[in-house]
Design a protein around this ligand. Structure first.
Ligand SMILES: Nc1ncnc2c1ncn2[C@@H]1O[C@H](COP(=O)(O)OP(=O)(O)OP(=O)(O)O)[C@@H](O)[C@H]1O
Length: 269
């Protein structure tokens, strides 16, 4: 199985509007993808579809070789690690106080520890915490961790069940500059490991798209504006068309940083 994700002519319609329009997208094993789009462009909707939370109105979604509608979605979800900002909220008051308990809960794809975790589970938790560079937090109370540390713990939780696919939905949200760079370095380190899952990384910020993301998908108003090799996608002409504004794109350490080419927005002064 070389296709990790395969969308064919996928649309998602609500009574009053179409949220995703005829999406064709193929993620192959060995690739890591960044998804970039403005607010409301449909990124979360797209990911909800990968995880089987919503189903296409038309078209076909295949994830890890399984076609939606013909497979047990709960089994499939066990092979997908998922990290989004909503997890932070859901973790409160679940009785999973220590960091390693939060990580172990990833095995059960829930936040309560319904089965008694075994010694092996905690060993596995330590191992995945090492994988994402937060083993130093083992034994700590989760709620006393910084935002950046919490995000690493949640990624470790997402790795607990050894997923084939890891979805990181805006993992750097709310992080300061240093915490953000630390988290990006950990994700980069993870992606370089030989047994790393395929990573889908959603962001609003071009400079977060590191060279490990071989491919990028630009989403605008529910349609794929462009997709393919990251180097080609993050070019000045493509980004200017995407944002419908003249942008400059400067490369530093293999990452692109953009700014407006000229003063485009008028102020009232
Ligand atoms: N269940 C729903 N019913 C109706 N409209 C929806 C539903 N879910 C999402 N939408 C709409 O679909 C559009 C895309 O939303 P989505 O959350 O996928 O965007 P996004 O790119 O993830 O945005 P952001 O970057 O702000 O998180 C929005 O206009 C949103 O209001």
């Amino acid at each position: 199985m070389t296709n990790v994700i395969h969308f064919e002519n996928v649309s998602w319609k609500r009574p009053d509007e179409t949220i995703l329009h005829t999406i064709n997208w193929r993620v192959s094993k060995g690739e890591h993808w960044a998804i970039l789009g403005l607010n409301g462009s449909g990124k979360t909707t797209l990911l909800n579809m990968v995880n089987g939370y919503i189903w296409p109105t038309t078209g076909t979604v295949r994830v890890l070789g399984q076609t939606f509608g013909k497979t047990d979605i709960r089994e499939l979800r066990k092979a997908i690690g998922w990290v989004s900002s909503s997890l932070q909220e859901r973790i409160k008051g679940t009785g999973t106080d220590r960091v390693e308990q939060v990580v172990v809960s990833g095995k059960f794809a829930s936040f309560g520890l319904y089965d008694e975790p075994t010694h092996d589970d905690y060993e596995r938790a330590y191992q995945v915490m090492e994988q994402i560079g937060c083993a130093n937090l083992y034994g700590r109370s989760y709620q006393t961790c910084s935002q950046g540390e919490k995000q690493k713990v949640l990624i470790a939780r997402g790795l607990m069940a050894a997923p084939a696919l890891l979805i990181l939905d805006e993992p750097t949200n709310g992080l300061d500059f240093i915490a953000r760079e630390e988290l990006l370095a950990s994700i980069e380190q993870l992606a370089k490991q030989s047994d790393a899952p395929t990573i889908i990384f959603v962001t609003h910020h071009i400079e977060e798209i590191m060279p490990i993301f071989s491919h990028t998908l630009l989403l605008r108003e529910g349609t794929v504006f462009e997709q393919g090799n990251t180097e080609n996608i993050l070019s000045k002409p493509t980004l200017s068309q995407f944002y419908q504004l003249p942008v400059e794109a400067i490369e530093q350490n293999g990452r692109k940083w953009i700014s407006l080419q000229e003063t485009t927005f008028e102020t009232n002064e």
